[in-house]
Design a protein around this ligand. Structure first.
Ligand code: SAH
Ligand code: SF4
Length: 368
């Protein structure tokens, strides 16, 4: 059976090499060729003995998901659509800024958690992405974007905020994270890799113990009644448990705060009273707030809060001494903004909407 070497983190690759009688330093060399230099051709790995190269060629491949479309927004944001087989495709977004370049990566084809304001959730769920499919998005983006001779790196930050819930695909997500952090692979700082979760409490504890990186939590509501409605996983892990999990996470986190994401929904969660309630419920957790203007998608029942409402909400939080930023909407002309990522998901949860059918045509057109 042919093995995809992009499915292994350093420990996995070392074990695979050991099974085939090869030393750990060989695994390290191949890891470096694949991830540091983006090399997928064993013959180009010039310091590897020819006999080992032949052996690898016979049993392994380096196979990232294929890019099926690549769109550039007026603001420089770039959206890639990746074919992950079986009729599914996922999206990855590159967001360039003056002082950094952020790649927003997907972890699942669709999402089972069905948050009421999220386009990915509305499409239903197909499956978890493999390690190769998660890290392959970074591998491919590095190839397309190239290296910046000045800073030597165009992608300085990674956020797991694309399609899917990373902590519902914990094993593969952790292995992909380890590759992002590994000096023989991408060598990113833990502080520059962020996992965003809707609040899967047991998985937050495991992430903390196994691979702590920066954490963003999708809060979106300041009380259980409203959060149950907007983020249904709240019924399983309500706010009190979620806040306790955030406190535990901070004991080992590379940053001394959690970022709370809060989508601004007109007339739903954006009143002064909501802001005060939000301050009360997060008291005791060292945090920052990131307000996200709601990005509409076809068939969504919400509107974005008006700019003056978002400003007022931010002011109330800041007046309590909490750093609060409002996310600039990037790439909305190419449907690359938060919550607009749709890709293509062959829904197994029977939640498929007309919108997905439209996307199917989109992908088909790209391929032909
Ligand atoms: N599943 C994870 C990560 C992916 S979603 C999570 O929920 O955190 C990334 C962020 O985009 C989350 O904060 C999510 O709540 C937000 N988001 C989803 N739909 C949105 C929309 N339509 N407009 C603005 N933000 C949205
Ligand atoms: Fe899934 Fe996150 Fe969208 Fe909720 S907001 S449906 S958890 S991707």
């Amino acid at each position: 059976m042919t093995v995809n070497l992009l499915d292994f983190d350093a420990a996995g690759l070392t074990a695979f090499f050991a099974e085939h009688g090869e030393k750990p330093f060989r695994a390290r060399q191949v890891l470096r060729w694949m991830h540091r230099f983006g090399q997928g051709d064993f013959d180009a790995m010039t310091d590897i003995a020819k006999s080992l190269r032949e052996k690898l060629k016979a049993m392994a491949v380096v196979l990232p998901p294929a890019i099926v479309s690549d769109k550039l927004s007026d603001d420089g944001t770039r959206k890639f659509l990746f074919d992950v087989g079986g009729g599914n495709a996922v999206e990855t977004v590159f967001i360039p800024e003056d002082d950094r370049g952020t790649l927003c990566i997907s972890t699942q084809a669709g999402c089972a958690l069905d948050c009421s304001f999220c386009s990915t959730g509305k499409q239903g769920f197909n499956r978890n992405l493999t390690v190769a499919e998660i890290i392959g998005q970074l591998w491919q983006a590095n190839h397309v974007l190239g290296f910046d001779p000045k800073s030597d790196r165009i992608i300085s930050n990674v956020v797991l905020m694309g399609m899917g819930e990373p902590l519902a695909n914990l094993e593969n997500t952790i292995q992909a994270l380890r590759l992002m952090l590994d000096d023989n692979a991408y060598g990113l700082s833990r502080r520059r890799v962020t996992v965003s979760t809707s609040g899967l409490v047991p998985a937050m504890d495991r992430l903390r113990d196994e691979c702590p990186v920066a954490l963003a939590v999708s809060l979106h509501a300041p009380n259980d009644a409203l959060r149950d409605e907007l983020v249904p996983i709240n019924r399983k892990y309500p706010l009190r448990e979620l806040m306790a999990a955030c406190q535990r996470y901070l004991e080992k986190a590379p940053r001394d705060f959690v970022t709370f994401e809060y989508v601004m929904l007109d007339g739903v969660n954006d009143s002064d009273a909501h802001a005060h309630e939000l301050l009360a419920v997060t008291r005791g957790v060292s945090c920052k707030f990131n307000l996200i203007p709601f990005n509409p998608f076809p068939g969504s029942p919400y509107r974005c809060s008006p700019p003056q409402r978002i400003r007022r909400f931010a002011e109330l939080l800041m007046a309590a001494g909490i750093v609060t930023t409002t996310r600039k909407t990037r790439g909305d002309d190419i449907d690359a903004a938060c919550g607009q990522l749709a890709g293509q998901v062959l829904d197994k949860t029977r939640r498929t909407t007309a919108q997905t059918a439209y996307r199917t045509i989109d992908l088909h057109e790209v391929r032909t």
